[in-house]
Each structure stands twice: as C-alpha cells, then as structure tokens.
Design a protein around this ligand. Structure first.
Ligand SMILES: [Zn+2]
Ligand SMILES: [Zn+2]
Length: 336
C-alpha cells in the first residue's frame, strides 16, 4: 500500500510502498478515505513528543471503511461487534488502553498508564490502509462527508473535552482561534455562552471572522477583555498565554490548556491565582468524550472548514500548516 512514512524526526515524510497491515484479534482493517492533519503531527515530526514509534505513519483523524475484521475474532465477537464490513468508522488519537490501571478503572482512560496513540506510538492514517482496535473506533454522523468529518476527530474531540472542563462558565475566553477553537466556539454559542476571542495582536482578519461567527468581543491576546472571564481555553501552543489568560479571569475562573504540547509558562504574581482560580490541562480523550461530541456536533450543526491535499502532498500540507497558510484544516484524501 502507499504510505507517507516518518523515518526520523526533523525529516520530511517519505512516500513509500509498505506491506498492508494485518488486523489482529479485535482489530479492524480500514481502507482510509481521508485523514485530517493535526498540530500534534507537526510536533511529532519536529521531535517534540518523546519516543514515537519509528518508522511511523502519522495521522490520527482517520475516516475510512471497514475492509476486514481481525481473523482471530471469534464468531461471537463478530456477531456482537458494532462494526460490519463496509461500515464507515472514525479512528481517533486514543488507540488502545489496558483497561486495568487505576485511571482506566476510574473513567479516566485518557490518562491510562499504558495508553497507545494513533499516528504516534501506533501507525496512523497517512496511508491507504490502517488497523485499529475496534473498541476505540467511532460511528460517524451521516450528515458529514468523509472530508468534512475528519477534523472533528481530534480538533473536535479534544476541543470538546477542553470545553467541558469550563463547566457552566457564562463568559468564555478562547485564546488561539485555529481549528479546535472554530469548532468548539460553535458549540459554546449553541449553548448560549458569551464568547471572547483572542488572536495574535493586529490579526484583524481572524478577529473579524470570530465576530462573524458570533463572538461578543475579539481582540489581541495582549489585550484585556471588556469583562472578566469565567473560563478561558488556550488552543495555541504558547506558554506565555497562560498567565495572560489567568489575569483576565474572574474569581473562581479556570484556564484550560487545550493543546497537547505547549512551550514553558513564565512566572506570574500569586495574586492572579488567588481567589480559587485554577489552571488545568487536557490530555487526550476518552471514548465517552467522542460519543457525546458526535451526538451534539450534528445538532448544532458544527461546520468544518477544510483544504484537501492528495496523500502524496502530506509534506506540503504540514508545511502550509506550520506557516499558517491554510484556509481550513488540511485533510489528506486517499480513496474516494
Ligand atoms: Zn489504563
Ligand atoms: Zn490531534
């Protein structure tokens, strides 16, 4: 099969013919139709995440159809599997957990001690086929086509988990108005939150589009909002935004770091944390986040903006992402 392979960090992906993977017990062989590109893919390529599988096939927002169900599957399991041959599935970042550690046993499988991640510690979707543990795959809402739905699988899911951590905050700040922010803002507005959007200073174009979407206020991240915020989510990987967001919070407010990787956070006055303000982070996702999100997304309905690239142009997609030259989420199209 055709695949784009990362041999070593800090190198472009190599287009290569590799053996088609074989599904093991409980796994699905999936013919990949589309795979969205995530900022985490860039962090993996740049060697900023420790110990990736190498060589590696990136990609953890995979949409495809079940081609084969693992041979060792007993007939009982096949009969009771939620997926049949030909079913459209979504494959997210969380690829496997042990189901047995203290975190898995307390509904926090996103923190599993032995978790494996798609497109990072197991091969992902920058390829014609991939295998995935059926228990971690999702059914996808019918109203979306294969390209539209792909960005929901990470930007949507991890964004949703970040959003849920803000509880019932009325005045919600969002720092970094990229893919995840664009998706989650639509849910926040649907649920009646007041939205305050922070972009790079003087990025009036993004500020304008946030206002068009329904934000009450949009400005530079170096500005203070007109009102104190009950919560803020930071989707940019910029550590210095944390004390800035904290400073904009009302008493008891929370700052949620919604990215997987962030640069260091500079020190800040204790007075900004005083009065029960909280800084927290979001790591990965649980299957429950996915089920909830795919239930609410089509009702809003959350709309995605995408720019497609053929599989072989994965390096171009990554470089355009890095340079901020994309007009939506980059989605690799593999089969139609
Ligand atoms: Zn576990
Ligand atoms: Zn991601």
């Amino acid at each position: 099969m055709r695949a784009m392979v990362l041999d070593k960090a800090k190198q472009p992906l190599q287009a290569r013919d590799v053996p088609k993977p074989k599904p093991g017990r409980g796994q699905l062989l999936v013919r990949v139709n589309s795979c969205a590109v995530c900022r985490t893919d860039l962090h993996v390529v740049d060697g900023e995440l420790p110990n990736p599988k190498l060589p590696l096939i990136l990609g953890h927002q995979i949409v495809g159809r079940v081609e084969e169900i693992g041979e060792e599957h007993s007939t009982f399991e096949i009969r009771n599997s939620k997926f049949a041959i030909g079913t459209r599935v979504g494959i997210p970042w969380l690829g496997w957990t042990d189901g047995d550690c203290a975190y898995c046993r307390s509904n926090r499988e996103n923190l599993c001690d032995n978790a494996r991640f798609t497109g990072y510690t197991i091969d992902g979707g920058y390829a014609e086929f991939t295998v995935a543990d059926a228990r971690f795959c999702f059914h996808l809402p019918e109203r979306y086509n294969d390209v539209e739905v792909a960005p929901l699988l990470c930007a949507g899911l991890i964004g949703y988990r970040s959003y849920r951590k803000t509880g019932d905050a009325r005045r919600l700040g969002i720092y970094g108005f990229g893919n995840a922010a664009h998706l989650i803002s639509q849910i926040a507005l649907y649920e009646g939150r007041e939205l305050f959007v922070f972009t790079r200073s003087r990025d009036t174009k993004t500020q304008q589009s946030a206002k068009l979407l329904g934000a009450k206020w949009a400005g530079g991240s170096d500005e203070m909002p007109p009102e104190k915020l009950d919560a803020a989510i930071i989707f940019a990987s910029v550590g210095p935004l944390v004390p800035m967001a904290l400073h904009a919070l009302a008493k008891g407010g929370v700052v949620v770091c919604g990215g997987i990787h962030m640069s260091d956070i500079p020190s800040f006055p204790y007075a900004d944390l005083w009065e029960e303000r909280v800084i927290t982070s979001v790591a990965n996702l649980t299957r429950r986040d996915g089920e909830e999100f795919f239930e609410i997304a089509p009702r809003v309905p959350v709309k995605t903006k995408t720019e497609t690239f053929p599989l072989e142009k994965a390096n171009t997609a990554l470089e355009k992402f890095r340079a901020g030259e994309l007009s939506g989420t980059a989605v690799l199209t593999i089969a139609e």
